[in-house]
Design a protein around this ligand. Sequence first.
Ligand code: HEM
Ligand SMILES: [Ca+2]
Ligand SMILES: [Ca+2]
Length: 331
Amino acid sequence: YPGFNFGRGRGGRGVGGVSRPIGGQRFSGLSPRFYSQSCPQANDIVISVLKTAISKDPRMAASLIRLHFHDCFVQGCDASVLLDDHPTFTSEKKSVPNKNSIRGFEVIDEIKAKLEQACPQTVSCADILALAARGSTVLSGGPNWELPLGRRDSRKASLNGSNKNIPPPNSTIQNLVTSFRRQGLNEVDLVSLSGAHTLGMARCTTFKQRLYNQNGNNQPDSTLERSYYHDLKGVCPKTGGDNNISPLDLASPITFDNMYFKLIMSGKGLLTSDQVLLSGKLGKTMQLVKAFADDHTLFFNHFARSMVRMGNIRLVTGNKGEVRKNCRRIN
Ligand code: HEM
Ligand SMILES: [Ca+2]
Ligand SMILES: [Ca+2]
């Protein structure tokens, strides 16, 4: 199809060369068959490394899914999140949402090393993040989907973008909708992608405010269920313990299921940003939380679709990019 720049992994141009906004379902310039000639074993290699990593550390699946999210929301899905400090930019690893928080870099390095052996300088680090997120979802019991590939790696990172674009855990529902909309994602994407919190852990510092002073009146968040509130105080005391961790889904933290939404229905969402999907008085997100709590297939289908949409976020203009040899450094 003319103008589609098929398989070249640049994207950002719509039909007839007209600039399009990022994200959404608009054509991304990616293809699920991008590596079918150049590296047909790419996904198998990813899965085999993931299997070992997740069996050693079951939380790793969660951490890798989150890494893809934190990449895509900053300059698009270009592996900017993987870059270490460089003379011309500061690593995104130092941003407020990422510092002492994101993990999984060693697993990405291991996947990259195996892929460089099998197919030198072929599979981008940005695609590795997307493949690792999908593989982690599947290996945790979640949905599978056809994954568009052909992303290119950035030649810079944006610490500032990372601080600005990744929403904080105390976000209001309006903040969340705005933040997702800025990436070309809608309320449905917000709710389905938040369902990734069916896996993984969060530090005390990310939910402490809810326990002790949610509204500046030294009172807990009234939307927090009582017994859960008491349990959380045990993990997260008023002073200290900031790095203690608690599961985002207390019932099934290493299984990808719709338990997250059931817990929100009973006032047991961990973060403000989780609970406001229901309590924020926004009809659309409230209805979706209920629908996903009732129907796990509906959630799985939406999650898969929204992951593809998130994975398509890219810059409209910008550098040509490259396929990095080492995900931590530009070539
Ligand atoms: C809607 C806005 C979101 C907010 C405010 C948010 C916030 C957070 C916070 C604060 C943590 C805990 C971090 C820590 O304690 O260091 C976390 C963990 C996590 N987030 Fe989100 N998140 C959001 C959306 C997403 C999305 C879209 C995904 C993926 C599609 C995602 C996947 C995860 C996962 C899997 C974890 C657990 C990570 C681990 O255990 O290592 N989150 N999130
Ligand atoms: Ca990025
Ligand atoms: Ca779960």
